[in-house]
Design a binder for this molecule. Structure first.
Ligand code: FES
Length: 149
């Protein structure tokens, strides 16, 4: 199967899509290259005295490759300690999809950025409240001008 076919398949059935209520950590990253954004929620569990990732979910205003990589990444990091997950590069997170074309490397880095942002001590949402959705954070503050082309 080619990388494109794997990406298509991952997008048809994305895993762990959507915000998570009661998450322990949340991280957001934006790509300077294309303006896409991705947010990741993480829940930890105790595994015989080790703190490991129980599950992770994501929301994306991004391209299909970023969605496919995030879908893979949220599966790959399950059961890993925060340190183990932090050491994973965008290339490792996207490895199940096969080698990404050069102009899509930053899509995997976007996922890596959101993961690192979450694991590097982003404050957990207050008990009883859920973290804001990506859409909430993108709500324009004040007036915006919309240009139609
Ligand atoms: Fe920017 Fe994929 S094109 S994240």
């Amino acid at each position: 199967m080619t990388t494109e076919e794997r990406i298509d398949e991952a997008i048809r059935n994305p895993k762990n899509l959507g915000e998570m209520s009661g998450a322990d950590a949340v991280g957001t990253a934006g790509s300077g290259d294309c303006g896409d954004m991705l947010r990741m929620w993480i829940k930890f569990k105790d595994d015989g005295g080790r703190r490991v990732i129980d599950r992770a979910t994501f929301q994306s205003f991004g391209c299909q490759t970023a969605i496919a990589v995030a879908s893979m990444a949220t599966e790959l990091i399950k059961g890993k300690t925060p340190q183990e997950a932090l050491s994973m590069s965008g290339g490792e997170l996207s490895a199940p999809l096969g080698p990404l074309p050069p102009m899509k490397i930053h899509c995997a880095q976007l996922v890596e950025g959101a993961l690192k942002n979450a694991l590097n001590g982003s404050p957990a949402p207050a008990p009883g409240s859920s973290a804001p959705t990506l859409a909430d954070s993108l709500q324009p503050k004040g007036s915006v001008k919309i240009h139609f082309r």
